[in-house]
Design a protein around this ligand. Structure first.
Ligand SMILES: [Mn+2]
Length: 307
């Protein structure tokens, strides 16, 4: 089965206020300026653009939010709510949402929208390809940055607005989630991952078993979700020698070929319902190479093949 609806809607998340790298807000523009639409058209898609999620307030003003214990809560919620609406509208039009980040708080809106839309079909799987599990709560987070709490929010682990953006929370359950590529995990995150029994493929698993085996098994596991799965791909999972223009680099990541293989397998599965690429920081990408590779990864995830 080949997945994809032949219409794609681009949705930008030009927001960096949930992390510590404001440059990520320029990610969507970099994707658009690097021929993304043209390349997807060459693959046979018709591409529309829903523009960027809007938000109120200025996340760049330094302020402490002692009441909520997290940084830029109002601004981030406003950006995620707008993203939710744009992604949901794309699905209502019968289109495949391609979300361009932006920092990784995007998922709080994007995954919630896709989960709500497919709710009647059954649970939505979530494939989280990232160096980081982003499963801190406001209590465990060392930085109080919301981009490190997205998965906890989607799992309903954060009482309050971050976990209740969707109509029927939680957006995903621990059984419907798979991590690939983890290599930097905070102590509180480690505890919660074990407590919830989340399926994880760390870099050690990839080193020992090979990426092909890992990603094949991950997709088989996700296939149990009747609604298919959402792919959230943080570009920092790639080795910084491959993609250097990212928010939080960490050595020892996926190679160029491994990164493409993940994307190719996602396409082959026919089960991916929406794709998100996040954390591109164009202010560090003078040569344009990181953006170029990120665009090529999107092409692989949407069916570009060698032959
Ligand atoms: Mn990350």
């Amino acid at each position: 089965m080949k997945p994809h609806k032949k219409q794609i809607t681009l949705v930008g998340y030009a927001y960096g206020g949930a992390g510590n790298v404001p440059g990520c807000k320029d990610g969507p523009a970099a994707f658009r300026n690097n021929g993304l639409t043209e390349k997807l058209s060459e693959l046979g898609y018709s591409v529309s653009d829903a523009g960027d999620a809007e938000y109120r307030g200025d996340p760049n003003t330094e302020k402490s939010e002692s009441k909520t214990n997290v940084r830029n809560l109002k601004e981030t919620l406003s950006a995620c709510t707008s993203l939710y609406q744009k992604v949901y509208a794309a699905l209502e039009h019968g289109n495949f949402p391609l979300i361009l980040g932006g920092d990784h708080s995007s998922s709080i809106g994007s995954v919630a929208a896709v989960s709500d839309f497919y709710r009647t079909q059954g649970p939505l799987g979530l494939l989280w390809v990232d160096t980081h599990p982003d499963i801190n709560t406001p209590e465990t987070s060392p930085s109080k940055n919301i981009f490190g709490m997205s998965v906890a929010a989607l799992l309903g682990q954060i009482p309050g607005p971050l976990s209740s953006l969707q109509k029927s929370p939680p957006a995903v359950t621990a059984e419907s989630l798979v991590y690939i590529g983890l290599r930097e995990v905070d102590p509180g995150e480690r505890e919660l991952i074990k407590k919830l029994g989340i399926r994880c493929y760390t870099m050690k698993d990839i080193d020992s078993r090979g990426l092909f085996s890992v990603v094949t098994e991950a997709i088989e596991y996700l296939a149990a979700n009747e609604a298919g799965f959402f792919t959230s791909f943080d570009l920092d999972v790639c080795d910084p020698r491959i993609i250097s223009a990212i928010g939080t680099p960490c050595r020892g990541g996926l190679t160029y070929r491994e990164s493409h293989l993940v994307m190719e397998k996602i396409f082959d599965s026919g089960l991916c319902r929406a794709l998100e690429l996040v954390e591109l920081n164009p202010s560090l990408d003078d040569s344009g190479e990181s953006t170029e590779i990120a665009v090529s990864l999107i092409e692989s995830a949407l069916g570009k093949t060698i032959l």
